[in-house]
Design a protein around this ligand. Structure first.
Ligand code: T1G
Length: 694
């Protein structure tokens, strides 16, 4: 087995190189190698200084996350870092790629740090529900000050090399070859007899207000997450406790958090997000189709948002509308979005101008003839979509990818309107399309592998999380959402009110409750879908959405009409309970013969979750989603499911499918027809298994 860490001397400099692809994670073997090679360097009489460097694409990107939850093998990371800090010879860490977590903590244990100009540095442990556990919260503030350290540790975002140099996190940027530049730097350190610098010996102070300020921000931006508060507490310790006491307190918090349910959920999502990119049956070397120009049909809210993704990624876009007025409306909405981004400082005016410069409008389909990818984003009408795809089939070049942004219609039926169904695919963006990270990629019966692989690859280019799903009504996300909404309607018919349901789910961690979401998206959107399906609806099943039909019947379409499930004051987004809605609900309960009762928040949370899980289990069994993790990634990035709870399927596994099944059966007694337990849950519960078990 190739050595994970090697030692070699170049002139008077000993070089310790790590080689553990893909990201040089600091697993047990690497940690042992680091200490062994340090000893070799310190015992090498010719070596006056040592350089620590990573092979391959990056300096260590952290501890090996796959080792979490297992008994730690010695040496532990704190022991490795203490050894480097106590090295007899000065050590320079040479950073490239993404020097993160435990990797950066090792570098903080070295005397000096240099980096390649495009290196990224960070302590993103908070995103895994933990805090830096190898001295990062004690050494980083000593080196760059408490405020900068809090920004890095509490937010978990990466710092680019130029900013790291400014902050003193690194001492030099190496523009050319990193190993050569690092060795030269080490030789200068020796030649100039620069004094040893142990970060642990540095001092840091800060006013309590600083930490209070960060706590307030966390309460708003990272609501419900435990780790950010622990991070603040530990950095605060660095300003008031001796180093070793602060270090011990950090470690104790780390051990507590790494075993916490939040950390387990966030670790699960970390790997689930990487799994979604591996599409069963699609070879990772599938040749890709070039996508260097894009066409969008429909310049409405969705079409405009979708176009911005490509313009932001440097890809020219042609937006086609039926008439000039619609095109003008579409462009002014897009320009409005960009100037709002400039006002908020998210973009410079030049960047906004560059992006809008890549957008071209047209009312002529022929202008799509050369596009590599065309996405149709007109309103949900099958006949209209088929007409458009027939047109695209006539004008688009051979090999162009034809995609539809439908959120529910049958992709195979749309594809059948062309002579090239193998080039047709679903790309279901979420509103606002230039903001929401999720892209449900709908694989049709005839969709070609290279079309699928190309669109999956495209997700990285436009910074989306792409999840491949099969064809069914509402695909994965919306299909589950209807079961979840049916419970929301049922709960208000049985005794709750929209504000109680929304508060219970918000307090449980959802970004927003279902009724507030319906008002944001427009209650008429799902109403039109229900109306379109009315003839096919099974009359033997309960129809709790009847209360929503009543609401829409009164023209209460949500924020856009100033009233929906809530009322909204002029220019305010605050949802205000409306007695008119309460009256409408009580009237509906009475007419549907439903006796209203007290409903506890726990029941609201449980019925909402179990409705998602039950439908999710059907979707898994049908193969519409490849893995439970795919469903959880969809629910986090597309529907605001609380990240620190992992996802509906993960939650069900944590609760235990036997208990979930018992709960579903209890609800079925109360609502026969709405709660038939999914056979997959019955089987897995019977076998004592979970969705993640093979
Ligand atoms: N441990 C184990 N595997 C890892 C890993 C890690 N730290 N980081 C990445 N991988 C795997 C990943 O699962 C994937 O595997 C492959 O590497 C490529 O990753 C004490 C305890 C570095 C920015 O949180 O953010 O240190 O799917 O697809 O998009 O304080 O990976 O190919 O089989 O993501 O180019 C802190 C986590 C750990 C960084 C690269 N570090 N990694 O992104 O590739 S906690 C992190 C990332 C810690 C100490 C504590 C990203 C990346 P596979 P990828 P990428």
């Amino acid at each position: 087995m190739a050595e994970l860490v090697t030692y070699a001397r170049q002139g008077t400099v000993g070089v310790i190189a790590i080689d553990n692809p893909p990201v040089n994670a600091l697993g047990a073997g690497v940690r042992k190698g680091l200490v062994d090679c340090l000893d070799k360097g310190n015992e090498d009489p010719e070596a006056k200084a040592l350089v620590l460097i990573g092979g391959g694409r990056t300096f260590p990107a952290g501890a090996d996350i796959t080792e979490f939850g297992k008994p730690p093998a010695s040496p532990t990371l704190p022991e490795v870092i203490a050894a480097y800090e106590d090295s007899a010879k000065p050590v320079l860490a040479a950073l490239h790629g993404t020097a993160l977590g435990g990797g950066l903590e090792v570098a903080l244990g070295c005397d000096w740090r240099c980096a390649s100009k495009d290196a990224k540095l960070g302590l993103p442990e908070v995103k895994l529900g933990i805090l830096p556990g190898a001295g990062g919260t004690q050494r980083l503030p000593r080196l760059i000050g408490a405020e900068n350290a809090l920004t890095v540790i509490v937010g978990g975002e990466f710092v680019a090399a130029p900013e790291a140099l400014e902050w003193g996190l690194i001492d030099e940027i190496v523009s050319g070859d990193l190993p050569a530049g690092a060795i030269a730097f080490a030789e200068r350190i020796v030649a100039e007899e620069r004094p040893r610098r142990r970060v642990r010996d540095m001092e840091v102070s800060a006013a309590p207000e600083l930490f209070e300020g960060f706590r307030r921000t966390v309460a708003k931006r990272q609501r419900g997450f435990i780790a950010p508060l622990r991070c603040i507490e530990s950095v605060e310790n660095a300003t008031r406790l001796p180093f070793d006491e602060g270090l011990a307190a950090e470690r104790a918090m780390f051990v507590e958090l790494v075993a916490s349910p939040q950390a387990e959920a966030l670790r699960y999502l970390f790997f689930a997000e990487r799994e979604v990119a591996k599409v069963p049956g699609i070879d990772k070397d599938t040749p890709l189709r070039r996508i260097a120009s894009v066409g969008i049909v429909g310049a409405g809210t969705m079409g405009g948002g979708i176009a911005m993704n490509f313009a932001n990624a440097g890809i020219p876009v042609t937006l086609v509308e039926a008439v000039e007025e619609a095109l003008d409306r579409g462009f002014s909405a897009i320009l409005g979005n960009y100037s709002a981004n400039v006002d908020k400082g998210r973009l410079t005016q030049k960047e906004a101008d560059d992006h809008t410069g890549r957008l071209t409008g047209s009312v002529n389909f022929d202008d799509l003839a050369k596009a590599d990818l065309v996405i149709e984003a007109v309103f949900e009408d099958m006949a209209l979509k088929k007409e458009i795809f027939a047109k695209l089939d006539a004008v688009c070049r051979p090999g162009a990818i034809l995609a539809t942004n439908t959120s529910t219609l049958d992709i195979d039926e749309i594809a059948a309107a062309t002579s090239r169904p193998q080039d047709v695919i679903g790309t279901h963006f979420f509103s606002p399309a230039n903001v929401m990270k999720l892209l449900e990629i709908v694989r049709g019966d005839k969709t070609a592998d290279d079309v699928l692989a190309s669109v999956m690859r495209l997700c990285r280019v436009i910074s989306k999380v792409g999840v491949v799903v099969g064809v069914c009504d509402g695909f994965v996300g919306n299909r589950m959402l209807h079961a979840y909404w049916d419970q929301a309607y049922s709960l208000i018919l049985e005794g709750a009110l929209p504000q109680q349901v929304d508060k219970a789910l918000y307090d449980w961690g959802w970004a927003m409750g279902p009724f507030a979401v319906m008002d944001l998206a427009g209650t008429d959107v799902s109403w039109r879908v229900r109306q379109a399906k009315a003839e096919r609806r099974d009359r033997n099943k309960p129809y709790p959405a009847a209360v929503a039909d009543r609401l829409c019947g009164k023209g209460r379409f949500g924020r856009k009409t100033g009233a929906g499930w809530y009322r909204y004051e002029e220019a305010s987004r605050a949802p205000l309970p409306d007695p008119a809605v309460e009256a409408l609900i009580l009237e509906a309960s009475a007419e549907m013969g439903i006796a209203r009762r007290e409903i506890a928040d726990e029941e609201i949370v449980e019925r909402s979750l179990y409705a998602l899980v039950n439908e999710g289990a059907r979707i898994l069994a049908e193969g519409v989603a490849a893995r439970a993790g795919d469903i959880d990634v969809i629910y986090h990035y597309g529907y605001g499911f609380p990240r620190y709870r992992g996802g509906p399927m993960f939650c069900a596994d944590e609760i235990g499918l036997e208990k979930v099944l018992a709960g579903i059966r209890a609800f079925e007694e109360r609502q026969p027809g709405l709660w038939t337990p999914a056979p997959l849950i019955v089987r897995l519960a019977g076998e004592g298994k979970g969705f993640r078990d093979p």
